[in-house]
Design a protein. Structure first.
Length: 320
């Protein structure tokens, strides 16, 4: 795939992310909550058909065994960690069940690394992390999704619990975020060509962080248009950083390993999504009042995005 197309294609994920609340709200209102799961079936079938119809055939690689122990330990570690974070806000962080879940997550994570370091055909080749730029971009993908998915989750609760909006109107409230992503997606590759991909990622993360900081003073009677302006900044920053993030990660490894590299980025971002919803949900559940938890979530989101900017801005090798 040409470099420009490779950079532009994953940027559509940013549009899908911001479209999620709108589509989900419409489905819940018109059909019911079960529809948000059932809708994935036709989407997956369409993806299979498009792959069969348009994907270019590649040289068949030697057959690989499924790394079942690696998959099970990874799933167990992530599930235990997410469960501990979610229940920590409700039960208390010193509750025996929460502590046991954290301990289980740690043990399973250690077992996962041990397994992957010794498996002949690991699910996750740890040698990939020997590439500094690969490691940094994967970490940024994790951090960005923690912040963005967690933020969208708590803002959805704000619109429904505090403003009293239905699922349908809550979805409509996120439409401006959708509108900002696509045009910025188109700008991002051009900006990356002029100033470099890593500076573009830094700028995007910084803009999103500023949007989060602009929402810290949100209250029950805050104007929607003030909130809307900050949401546009958040999604605009996201649209700016995703294309160069993806192309930088794929370009940091050998071409033969670009497939597994793309899979790692997707896995880290999905992991960030799970942890973001769990963490921010825990914050709004553990605080005495919802608005206090929302403000704490916004501070955390801005901090995580600034950390992502620092990771790639300071850690990435400078261009000569």
């Amino acid at each position: 795939m040409p470099t420009t197309a490779r950079a532009a294609a994953p940027s559509r994920s940013g549009l899908a992310l911001t479209a999620g609340p709108f589509v989900g709200g419409a489905l819940i209102t018109l059909v019911g909550w079960r529809a948000i799961f059932l809708v994935n079936l036709p989407i997956c079938l369409m993806g299979l058909w498009l792959s069969w119809r348009y994907a270019t055939e590649t040289t068949r690689a030697p057959s690989r065994e499924i790394d079942l122990p690696g998959q099970l330990t990874a799933i167990g570690a992530l599930g235990a960690l997410a469960g501990a974070i979610i229940e920590g806000g409700a039960l208390g962080w010193d509750h025996p069940a929460v502590l046991a879940a954290f301990a289980s997550a740690l043990v399973l994570a250690v077992l996962f690394v041990w397994r992957e370091s010794r498996a002949a055909q690991p699910m996750l080749p740890l040698s990939l992390f020997g590439h500094r730029l690969f490691t940094l971009t994967a970490l940024v993908g994790l951090l960005v999704n923690i912040a963005i998915y967690g933020l969208i989750f708590v803002l959805s609760l704000y619109f429904q619990r505090i403003n009293g909006l239905s699922a349908w109107w809550t979805g409509l409230a996120f439409v401006p975020m959708m509108a900002a992503v696509l045009p910025v997606n188109l700008l991002a590759p051009r900006l990356a060509e002029r100033v470099g991909p890593c500076p573009t990622i830094v700028v995007g993360a910084f803009i999103s962080a500023l949007g989060c900081l602009g929402l810290i003073w949100i209250e029950a009677d805050t104007s929607y248009w003030m909130i809307c302006a900050q949401m546009i900044a958040i999604s605009g920053g996201l649209g700016l950083l995703v294309p160069p993030l993806t192309s930088t990660l794929l370009g940091s490894v050998e071409k033969a390993r670009s497939g597994i590299a793309a899979g790692v980025l997707n896995a880290t971002r999905q992991t960030g999504s799970v942890l973001g919803v769990a963490l921010f949900g825990s914050l709004v559940a553990s605080e005495g009042a919802f608005m206090t938890g929302l403000h704490a979530s916004l501070v955390v989101s801005a901090t995580v995005l600034l950390l992502a900017a620092a990771v790639i801005g300071i850690g990435a090798p400078s261009r000569r």
